[in-house]
Design a protein around this ligand. Structure first.
Ligand code: FES
Length: 109
């Protein structure tokens, strides 16, 4: 089941709060997630690196639309959650939707 959380009033507010190539840690019902703004748009993943648990929102985004962990530089595809060399289980990837009522992230239970 997916639970939707409204985190911004609209897409423009999201773009102002999280500019291109930036990330933001968000806590939705106690779960730490990372909102990333890459060349391919907004993505939401768990903020917990599947390797050893570093906070991914402290990392970077590269031109391949991967999030790079700040600790050991493992790279995760922001769409699929796959680590580029398959060294860890996949990073949990969540959903986004936006419309006239707001900008939402959808977290799987
Ligand atoms: S903790 Fe993220 S790559 Fe090691």
């Amino acid at each position: 089941m997916i639970r939707w959380y409204r985190i911004f009033k609209n897409l423009d507010n999201a773009k102002k709060a999280v500019p291109l190539h930036h990330m933001q840690l968000i806590i939705a019902k106690g779960r730490k997630i990372c909102l990333a703004h890459s060349n391919s748009g907004f993505h939401v993943v768990d903020d917990f690196c599947p390797h050893l648990g570093e906070s991914l929102s402290k990392g970077n985004i590269n031109f391949l639309n991967e999030i790079i962990c700040p600790w050991h530089s493992y790279r995760f595809n922001l769409k699929t959650g796959e680590e580029c060399q398959g060294r860890t289980p996949n990073l949990a990837v969540h959903q986004i939707k936006f419309d006239d009522t707001g900008f939402y992230v959808g977290i799987k239970d």
